[in-house]
Design a protein around this ligand. Sequence first.
Ligand code: GDP
Ligand code: MN
Length: 385
Amino acid sequence: MKIHEYQAKELFKKFGIPVPEGRLATTVEEVKAAVDELGLPVVIKAQIQAGGRGKAGGVKLAKTLEEAEQIAENILGKPLVTHQTGGQGKIVRKVLVEKAANIQKEYYVGMVIDRSQNRPVLMVSPAGGMEIEELAQEKPELIFKEAIDPFLGLLPYQARKLSFKAAMPVKEAAKLLMALYKLFVSYDCSLAEINPLILTEEGSLLAIDAKLNFDDSALYRHPDIKEMLDPDELDPLEYEAMKYRLNYVRLDGNVGIMVNGAGLAMATMDVIKLAGAEPANFLDVGGGANVEMITQGFKILLSDPNVKLIFINIFGGILRCDVLAQGVIEAAKQVDINIPVLVRLEGTNVEKGRQMLNESGLNFVVAKDISDAAKKIVEILGKKE
Ligand code: GDP
Ligand code: MN
């Protein structure tokens, strides 16, 4: 899960990592009020969950109230296109207004889990502001890393070593890195990034950007983080799916799929592609799916206007075929189905499941096996030239 910069900075503050004084604003009026409180100059920052805002015009310095007003009008309510948002960009609904900092030096600080080492790795660089991917390509010798033993935690000598190498004021920087590690572990982060961390003209460190990602599997331990989720940042159908613990990713084809098991879902997508069509989504209802989850999953597929055909491909194991059939029949009662539904069932209680579908009075196309299903997909959608 991702959160916004302003939310990450609240957590930074809680852990003693210095951040600029700031106010969140959703209207031009609120921006003006924030300027009144903070004093000029201010930096106005678009709050969207994508990097590269600075280059895209989403981070602006205002020296006067009029300038701040103008910037707020230009940014709020409009899409911002950065290299991470895709062509349509993301609508900016909130801005963070901050007291502008005087930058003397910019550093990079990042922490991620390194799966090959099974531990968190802390990275710092004296070449801040640049994106880490770019830095890794162009000046890899300027990235300094320390792997952290999870039993010992980040050791003070490691923090001092990195601070020294990155030419940061060692005592203050080491303290900041220790605090960042504490935050990272306490909140089960998967990524923490400060780019840039700056040395101000006045000689102190300040995190002027902040990015935190969290391990979804650990969110149950952090209700305060869960609450920070911004539905505007998610695809509405993906958000809906999340509420029912459905593993759903929206894609841009026209064959909606419902499958149990991630492996079978991938294989099903391959079959659809081989047949010359494109999957509209990935939907793994999982082994423990109940009738309600199936019903909701089916509704989500139907509410995607791109979907022209639904393909249900179930290998009944833990999820029995009759439970699946019942879910599909329930869903069909609750919504109008005006597109063909192709079903391939195999496994536990398959006969019962098929019988239920046949006797439901609903119009399902039944496939014998996966290659038969592929043929039927082509028949139904018509051949692509
Ligand atoms: P990003 O482009 O989405 O990563 O947004 P950042 O928060 O990193 O801001 C982009 C750039 O704007 C930074 O790298 C800084 O160079 C600049 N910037 C941000 N805040 C300030 C500030 O308070 N003062 C000055 N002078 N520059 C700032
Ligand atoms: Mn940044």
